[in-house]
Design a protein around this ligand. Structure first.
Ligand code: NAD
Length: 443
């Protein structure tokens, strides 16, 4: 075994200033957990929430930092840092994805866990909010290294996950194969097969049909419901999508098939633009083979960087990559009628205010991208009952929940003359506050 390399996590928080050496390579825009807390303050003021409850909601119940030693293929040991944060388990076990990304830090995971609490409460699912992550670029690992990293991370967090405690799922940089390894480690430790410990698994080991496309399907149901309220037609609408992974790729394919014009799409390598509309089917096949959009060539397609993509004139902008994309720096230049938040936390509270003043409708993440956790919940139920549903039932139940939740949020936003985000937060926070009141504070 060779040199031990310790990969220190990049910490971006108000309290701890990271040393120069470990600062994020790209510009730090906002600490996402500070953003999540600011969102709670905004809604607490709007609904005159009890100050003690507000104080309680701005803290995560539990967060764990773990070191993950991995023997690399070259025989050297690398030690990565991983996290799992549970914001609230008041309404049920924690639920939320696991992210493998070089930018993951504790505050990012805490923010994502907080947003999961609101999302699950908004959908009225009997679940709390959690999230996890490992500070690693999974694309730089071999398959064997990725498996060893996943198995050791699972072993490190095993005492705080489980079907009754906290149920992880895929997120940025993780997929069903990784969920299968997590389920295997957990099951080996328990001495029996426990499929309910994670969702987003392969169908062969207790996964659900429709889970992979669920977030994109949910985005579509919500956008369709909004379009109906506004008497608009999706066919021919111009759409811009940032991110071409699970969420961005699925919604782009659905809208393309429904006759909308996807005029621009991007991944981390950059984007492609054609005002007449891109061939999403061809681009999906390309990305399946070549991973990135950057080398794709087609006569009329213009290659554009991600920051330019966000300013393109369109009917609907769908940020479906990462958080902190629409900020004070670019909110004035956003050129769309509707923003449908596929990613978690793509818009900062300051940018939100500018968009509101400019009359741009923002469908907030906790509503728009909730289809994923909704079908994860269906998967969890199916695992518990060992009885699996057909795709028609999944999509029908998903549509029912997404459209009803959208209507509830939309109606409240009209009644209170507020944004969809504030209305969604009022519903989610009220439900959780009521649960806290009913349970009381232990002891
Ligand atoms: P993914 O890893 O499948 O895809 C992410 C995409 O974003 C990739 O195309 C990647 O190249 C691109 N990307 C990454 N960094 C970028 C950057 N700086 N600029 C532009 N593009 C960039 O991840 P995903 O599962 O599609 O998740 C995307 C977002 O949706 C995340 O915010 C995630 O938390 C959220 N989300 C995912 C699910 C789910 O079911 N997967 C559910 C709800 C919310």
């Amino acid at each position: 075994m060779g040199r031990i390399i310790y990969k220190k996590a990049i910490v971006v928080s108000n309290e701890i200033e990271p040393s120069e050496e470990y600062k994020r390579p790209q510009k730090v825009i906002r600490n996402p957990f500070e953003m999540a807390k600011q969102q709670i303050d905004i809604v607490a003021k709007e609904m005159r929430l009890d100050k003690n409850i507000t104080k309680y909601l701005k803290r995560v119940e539990r967060s764990l930092i773990v070191s993950i030693p991995v023997v690399m293929d070259n025989g050297e040991l690398e030690v990565f840092e991983g996290y799992r944060a549970q914001h609230s388990t008041v309404r049920g076990p924690g639920k939320g994805g696991i992210r493998f990304s070089p930018n993951v830090c504790l505050d990012e995971v805490k923010a994502l866990a907080t947003w999961m609490t609101w999302k699950n409460s908004l959908l009225n699912l009997p679940l709390g909010g959690a999230k996890g992550g490992v500070c690693v670029d999974p694309r730089k690992l071999s398959l064997g290294e990725l498996e060893r990293l996943t198995r050791r991370y699972t072993a490190e967090i095993i005492n705080i996950i489980g079907p009754d405690i906290d149920i992880p799922a895929p997120d940025v940089g993780t997929d069903k194969r990784i969920m299968a390894w997590i389920m295997d480690v957990y099951s080996m430790q328990k001495g029996r097969s426990v499929p309910g410990v994670v969702t987003g698994k392969p169908i062969e080991i207790g996964g659900s049909v429709g889970r992979e496309s669920a977030t994109g399907m949910g985005l579509y149901y919500v956008l369709d419901a909004l379009y109906k309220k506004m008497n608009l037609a999706l066919k021919g609408s111009s759409i811009v999508v940032q991110g071409f992974g699970n969420v961005g790729g699925t919604i782009a394919r659905i809208l393309y098939e429904k006759g909308a014009k996807i005029i621009a799409i991007s991944d981390i390598s950059g984007g492609l633009y054609d005002n007449k509309g891109l061939d999403i089917k061809k681009l999906s096949e390309w990305v399946d083979q070549n991973h990135f959009l950057k080398d794709y060539r087609e006569e009329n397609y213009e290659f554009i960087p991600n920051d330019k993509l966000l300013n393109i004139d369109c009917d609907v902008l769908i940020p479906a990559a990462i958080e902190n994309q629409i900020t004070l720096d670019n909110a004035d230049n956003i050129n769309c009628g509707i923003i449908l938040e596929g990613a978690n936390g793509p818009t900062t509270p300051e940018a939100d205010e500018i968009l509101r003043e400019r009359g741009i409708i923002v469908v907030p993440d906790i509503l728009a991208n909730a289809g994923g956790v909704c079908v994860s919940y269906f998967e969890y139920i199916q695992d518990i009952h060992s009885y699996f549903w057909k795709l028609d039932r999944i999509n029908q139940e998903l549509e029912g929940i997404m459209v009803n939740t959208f209507s509830e949020v939309y109606d409240l936003s009209l009644k209170k003359n507020t944004t969809l985000r504030t209305a969604a937060y009022i519903i989610a926070v009220s439900r959780l506050a009521r649960a806290i009141e009913l349970r009381g504070i232990f002891p």
